[in-house]
Design a protein around this ligand. Structure first.
Ligand code: RB5
Length: 146
């Protein structure tokens, strides 16, 4: 399951990504701005990440705001969320390989639909490598409790 949400600034890109998820036959739940109306990105991050954490192992979230920055900052305040703002396919893959990121963030005012969909494919297609990276991810988790 993919939990996808955006504010107004990410609304158009979110819809393009949703079309892509539908083409791929992936299940998704849509959050945040539903008609392009203004919503605050921290509220969207909270809703989407709450759904993700209540979901199943392997579920992922996709968050879109204008820059992708605000919504990623908000998401990363939530325990259990490892949100990565990506503007290219390399970082989208490696944040899965090395950081076990469970949330992909993108900027609707920054990248176009074609690149965004390739980033989504790279993110969803890559698996966490574990090993030494698990130790480092565990240290990130420990930071949540300081
Ligand atoms: C909304 O205007 C904009 O500030 C928001 O989408 C995002 O870019 C914040 O980081």
């Amino acid at each position: 399951m993919i939990y996808i949400g955006s504010d107004h600034a990410g609304y158009e890109l979110k819809n393009e990504v949703i079309k892509h998820l539908e083409e791929l036959g992936l299940e998704y739940r849509n959050f945040g701005s539903v008609n392009g109306e203004s919503v605050d990105y921290p509220d969207v991050a909270e809703e989407v990440c709450t759904a993700l954490l209540a979901g199943n192992e392997g579920d992922k979230a996709i968050l879109v705001c204008g820059t992708g920055i605000g919504i990623s900052i908000a998401a990363n305040k939530i325990k259990g969320i490892r949100a990565a703002l990506c503007t290219d396919c390399y970082t989208a893959k490696y944040t899965r390989y090395h950081n076990n990121a469970n949330t992909l963030c993108m900027g609707g005012r920054v990248i176009g639909a074609g690149l965004a969909c390739e980033i989504v494919d790279a993110f969803l297609g890559a698996k966490f490598e574990g090993g030494r990276h698990q130790r480092r991810v565990d240290k990130i988790t420990a930071l949540e409790n300081r």
